[in-house]
Write a protein that binds this ligand. Structure first.
Ligand SMILES: NC(=O)c1ccc[n+]([C@@H]2O[C@H](COP(=O)([O-])OP(=O)(O)OC[C@H]3O[C@@H](n4cnc5c(N)ncnc54)[C@H](OP(=O)(O)O)[C@@H]3O)[C@@H](O)[C@H]2O)c1
Length: 242
């Protein structure tokens, strides 16, 4: 029987590229998204024509507490055991330091840290023995972020969460890792000016952003390599070497 992978934020960018690579390898997929129904419908149509495996789409906004119940209910009703749980969706807030409100700060923490902890707690029995959890961390969780304090701090927390959870997940025979991407060519960067893009590229040794599919192949390897556990795998094109 084909394995199931659940990817949060699976309709665009990194999550969609990981979905494509896994569907190519015959994984069944559950792809969640937050708000953009139109894109989700387009991707659903595209994937139906391209892939033979079962691919489900669920709207579950990670800033809302009901996202946990929505996902859990779906797995229960379909009687699905997940092989790979990929926490990819995250939010940011680029408010200047002086204007950050506690509400905004807590929302970023809820979506990026609390949501994965409590979804994992809720569906731990629905992850297969020998399965794995994979987070999308960030290079900005390693190097201080100049545009979003809450984003940088929550991504550091994600890296720490991965390391701390290894011991909690070992009894279940579940591995856990994070990939910390540098600059990946997705909608995430839509608001960046050409000048800012150039400035970023000038700091990367390979002098370009990463294609989402280049990165997605590393997700597949990490999911499938049974000896990778508790790792934060940085994929930055040599960001710190230039
Ligand atoms: N791109 C980069 O350079 C880069 C670098 C390091 C780390 N990352 C991390 O990679 C992950 C994905 O980023 P990306 O660049 O692929 O972004 P993206 O292209 O904007 O895609 C984001 C995906 O997440 C979903 N999403 C956004 N807000 C959500 C919410 N509140 N609830 C549920 N789903 C939500 C989106 O669906 P909807 O639009 O329908 O909400 C979409 O499927 C994030 O964790 C980000 O921090 C990205």
């Amino acid at each position: 029987m084909n394995k199931f992978a659940l990817i949060t934020g699976g309709t665009k960018g990194i999550g969609k590229a990981v979905a494509e690579v896994l569907a190519d390898a015959n994984y069944n997929l559950i792809l969640t998204y937050g708000n953009d129904d139109e894109t989700a419908a387009k991707v659903q149509n595209e994937f139906k024509n391209r892939f033979k495996s079962d691919i489900f789409f669920i709207k579950a906004d990670i800033t809302q507490e009901d996202a946990i119940t929505i996902i859990d209910k779906f797995l229960t009703e379909k009687n699905i055991q997940v092989n790979s749980l990929i926490f990819n969706a995250a939010i940011t807030a680029r408010t200047p330091f002086e204007e950050i409100t506690q509400k905004e700060w807590e929302q970023v923490f809820y979506a990026n840290v609390h949501f994965p902890v409590f979804l994992l707690q809720k569906i731990i029995s629905k992850i297969e023995t020998g399965g794995n959890v994979l987070f999308t961390g960030s290079l900005m969780g390693i190097y201080p972020h100049s545009l979003s304090l809450s984003y940088g701090v929550t991504k550091s927390a994600v890296h720490s969460l991965v390391k701390n959870l290894v011991k909690y997940l070992a009894p279940y025979k579940i591995r856990i890792n994070a990939i910390a991407p540098g600059f990946i060519d997705t909608e995430w960067h839509n608001t960046k000016s050409p000048e800012l893009r150039k400035s970023i590229e000038s700091k990367i040794a390979v002098e370009r952003f990463c294609d989402p599919l280049e990165l997605a192949n590393i997700y597949k390897t990490t999911i499938e390599n049974g000896y990778l556990n508790g790792e934060i795998i940085t994929v930055s094109g040599g960001y710190s070497y230039k």
